[in-house]
Ligand binder design. Sequence first.
Ligand code: ATP
Ligand code: MG
Length: 514
Amino acid sequence: CGLVTDDPILYRARVAGDGQALFEIATGRQLTYAQLDLRIARCAGLLSAMLGARRDGARVAMLARNSMDSIVLAFACQRAGAIYVPLNWRLNAAELRPILADCAPALLVHDEQFSATVASLADADAEMAVISTADGPTGLAARIEASLPMKPVSADADGACVLLYTSGTTGQPKGVIITRRNAFFAAVNFSFVGEIGPGSVALCDLPFFHTIGLIAVARTTLMLGGTLVVSDRFTPARTLAALADRQHAITHYFAVPQIALALRNDPAYSAAALSGLHALFVGGAPLTQALIESYLADGVALVNGYGMSEAGTVLHVPIDRRAVQDNPGSVGLPAPLLDIRIVDEEGREVDEGEIGELWLRGPAVTPGYWNKPLETAAAFTDGWYRTGDLGRREANGFYRIVDRLKDMYISGGENVYPAEVEAALASHPDIIDVAVVGIPDVRWGECGVAYVVLRPGAAATAETIAGHCVERLAAFKRPARILFVETIPRTASGKVQKHVLRRLHSDETLQPQA
Ligand code: ATP
Ligand code: MG
């Protein structure tokens, strides 16, 4: 299909306009689908009036916490032919500058709390219009209300509607182009794995600047006619209160592993608060088995999922207690509209159970990176997107993610997957966080260095931890060095930035041990 009017909110407004679309926790404001549709139409009218003929393909960036109007702006961009670029508000001005230079937005919308950052960014670009979300006549809300609704028009299915910057775990964030077709099929994929429909009520406190928040949770819920409960921040107490609130009757909640852990460890945690959930969805980074089991013991189905900015949701454990129980450490089955291959270095499919790189193909997969033809060419082979992640498929069709290809190292001729070493270390009761990186080693080629964060007051030493490893890991997998640190460098979404750790060793080669 070339031309479509894929406008999920318009569709929902026509079939069930009275249904509740949004609830904003910070203010208590609500919108039905008909009201949301009108607000999007007015916001599209605003974009049209501001950007005029330039609006087609124009980038509209947003530096704001989750709100109802972030959703309005995102869908208004799609309706007006512009490209929504949600920015990571945890980044500072120096980190945002290259992103803005890359996407060159015609308009930047921001929360008042980021106005100092925006002032220093706007200096560099006199062409960029700026609007605040603050109350008042020049604020976004007032301007939306004062604008004439724009009539929906046909749009190119292969035109971009969102530019989503990756987490920057392995280097500089890259702008992933999400076309209307990609967004539609990513939401279809997630509607299957999440079992989302008109009766679903999804709580989203994950930021809208990542694929999980914006596409999996927000877009899927709204496209399928559920209710999206928007929260502008995560705190364990706030989330637990929202989950326990029977007035909302939340059925779907999504977390990254660090959030699921923080919830479980919070003094206010009770299994009863989560008893209304269809499932607790966790994804985005490796998950410990201990956490899965602690939720299972409470009767909460914590289902692990794997995905990325470039393709949305890819693999997910089915929402079924048995599936969770019987497949520890698994990321489950492929989403319906995805082809998955596991290949060796030559791009040949490997046998079942063998480790290889995951390649993906399907209508939810991005056509490439904004302004980055070289990176795009490097990431695709014959129409397949090369994820850079290593995995394997088991006999029952379930998949496992082993590690990132970039993080694997070779010690004495053997492949070492740091994620496996980290899991062994994390099972030590005194260790609360850990990251392992491979660095050059005179004798073995490469060797592991473990960065370990101990529980306050813990008695463990490098020797006792080494002993713990001896019981669990073959000699070539054991870290050659254990370093104690206060924290481990992470991205905004809680992923370990191993390139930062590796850089600490850039001038170093480990000498033979006694
Ligand atoms: P960058 O591409 O800038 O280095 P990133 O890859 O972390 O950053 P995202 O698109 O946000 O950016 O994250 C996708 C990646 O997260 C996947 O490619 C994979 O490495 C990791 N990931 C996602 N889900 C899981 C999971 N359930 N288990 C293990 N790793 C996961
Ligand atoms: Mg990536």
